[in-house]
Every structure is written in structure tokens, then in C-alpha cells.
Write a protein that binds this ligand. Structure first.
Ligand code: 2HA
Ligand code: ZN
Length: 281
């Protein structure tokens, strides 16, 4: 049943003003600004989802059931009665940095996991709808819950330096690209010891890219989408951003070295081994 429209509007206001969510909104604004400053979010590029279910009581979740909902093309049983903060489709990260509330929405998944409600800030009778990559986000968020992983955040961005690498034939494999990235900076192996997954080019926003990404995230915290961008999971948005940032640093060092006309040496096997031993302690 659809609730009284005034109740719904009040509810939306309550949700956006919930004080426990203030730090989350601040983090969204901060990371959106970083993405824009780095040049990793041209036009409406990039998107994220944050599992916020832990911030709500059962009683609060019950209020969502009065909202109209949209069917999902697939069931996500593990996501029953979960709630996510999701970037809006067509929104710009630079606008998100200035005003997160107007550029994102809450997505609540129904009891059956087969439909979702959108709770967006309503302006001029219209409201923000979730990212075009929603099915990838939901599939990943479901996997994180199934595995009881600590990560609550999925972040996708067009990390220029990493996209450039995926345009180069020698790096179109997981082994080659990770060996390059680890070799360019000690902290890459230290902080991304499982390396990145590599998803060969496939159209974004599809079930296919969602499934390919899901399988790569079994063993990695970040995934490259050939000729498109990168996606990382993290406990917080800052965590996920850090992973992209560290990987980009390595890629940038490689590209800078190449721009001198010379080959970078890379860390030696002994140096890499020493880092591995340090991080095992
Ligand atoms: O959110 O980056 O891949 C826009 C995109 C789609
Ligand atoms: Zn993209």
C-alpha cells in the first residue's frame, strides 16, 4: 500500500537529516571532490553504493514498505530489507561534492529481494534515480553480505592512468598488470597484496559485467574494466578511494618513466619478497 504523500515527504526529509548519517554525507562530498580533482569523474562518470542498513532499526525499515517500488530483473534474497546510499544516474561528482543530498538517493530492497524503493530528495517534482550500474552494485553488495565481509562500499571511477594501461596489449592479463603495478611502488604490494582483477572489455551497466566483476572480487579488492575504468570495495568510501589511488600511483609512475623514452627498472624480485615478508608479520 502506498502511504499518504505528506508522510512520505516527511519521511524523506527525516532520512536525509538523520544525524548519524552526517559523517557519511561528509565522506561522500570529500571523495566526490577527490574524484573530480583527479580527473577520474568526467561528466557523469563514476558511481558508488554504501550499505547503511546498520544505521537503521527494524521499526524504521518498516516505514519503507509504504513506498512505491520497482521490480528488479533478478532476485537478491540476501539483500532483503537492506538499505543503500547510491549515487544518482546522470549526476556529476563535482556537483556531489557541493551538495550530496541532491545527487544521490537511498535504495531500499523489499522483503523478497526482488524489488526496490527509491527515496530521493524531491526537487521540482522530480527525484534522483540510482546509478546505471545498480545491478553491479547490488550483486557485489549481496556477495559481501553472503561472505560476511567487512566491506560496505563499492566505488567505480574512470581512473585515467589505469584505463591507459588497459589500452596497452602487454597488460591485458591479470598476471602482467599486477606484476607491473606491484613493481612500480612498494606500497602497492603492501596495501593491495591480492592485486587487481582484470575484466576484458564488456558493456557497462549489464548483467554480464556484474557477473564478471563479482567473480574477480572473490580474490581481489579492486577490478579493472578494460578500456573503461576501475572498481574497488572498501569498509568506507575513503578506503575504496585509497585503493584506487594507490593503484593509480603505480600506473602513473610507469607512464611517467615511459614518457622519458626509457624503461622503468621496477622493484626486483628480492625487493618484492622483502615487502611480502614484512606484510606477513
Ligand atoms: O556512472 O561511470 O560506468 C557512470 C559510469 C558508468
Ligand atoms: Zn564508468
Amino acid at each position: 500500500m502506498i502511504g499518504n504523500i505528506d508522510d512520505l515527504l516527511n519521511f524523506t526529509k527525516d532520512l536525509f537529516q538523520k544525524k548519524e548519517l552526517k559523517p557519511v554525507f561528509l565522506q561522500v562530498a570529500g571523495v566526490a571532490q577527490y574524484l573530480w580533482n583527479r580527473g577520474w569523474a568526467e561528466r557523469n562518470a563514476g558511481n558508488f553504493s554504501i550499505n547503511l542498513t546498520g544505521f537503521f532499526h527494524e521499526r524504521e525499515l518498516d516505514r519503507f514498505s509504504t513506498y512505491p517500488f520497482f521490480p528488479l530483473s533478478k532476485e537478491y534474497p540476501e539483500l532483503s530489507r537492506t538499505i543503500f546510499l547510491v549515487s544518482g544516474t546522470g549526476t556529476r561528482m563535482r556537483d556531489m561534492a557541493d551538495n550530496p543530498a541532491e545527487n544521490l538517493c537511498f535504495v531500499y530492497i523489499s522483503d523478497s529481494g526482488s524489488a526496490f524503493h527509491i527515496i530521493g530528495d524531491n526537487h521540482d517534482g522530480d527525484y534522483v534515480k540510482p546509478t546505471s550500474e545498480l545491478i553491479t552494485h547490488l550483486a557485489i553488495q549481496q556477495q559481501l553480505l553472503q561472505k560476511k565481509s567487512p566491506e560496505k562500499v563499492v566505488l567505480h571511477a574512470h581512473v585515467t592512468e589505469l584505463i591507459a594501461l588497459t589500452q596497452l596489449a602487454p597488460f591485458k592479463s591479470e598476471e602482467a598488470v599486477n606484476s607491473l603495478l606491484w613493481g612500480m611502488h612498494p606500497e602497492t604490494l603492501l596495501f593491495v597484496p591480492d592485486g587487481v582483477g582484470f575484466v576484458p572489455y564488456t558493456l557497462a551497466g549489464t548483467e554480464h559485467i556484474a557477473m564478471e566483476t563479482l567473480s574477480k572480487l572473490e580474490n581481489h579488492k579492486a577490478v579493472l574494466w578494460e578500456k573503461h575504468g576501475c572498481l574497488a570495495i572498501g569498509n568506507t568510501l575513503h578506503d575504496a578511494f585509497d585503493t584506487l589511488d594507490i593503484l593509480a600511483k603505480s600506473a602513473k609512475i610507469y607512464l611517467l618513466c615511459k614518457s622519458t623514452g626509457m624503461e622503468p627498472e621496477g622493484l626486483t624480485p628480492a625487493q618484492l619478497q622483502e615487502i611480502r615478508q614484512t606484510s606477513d608479520k
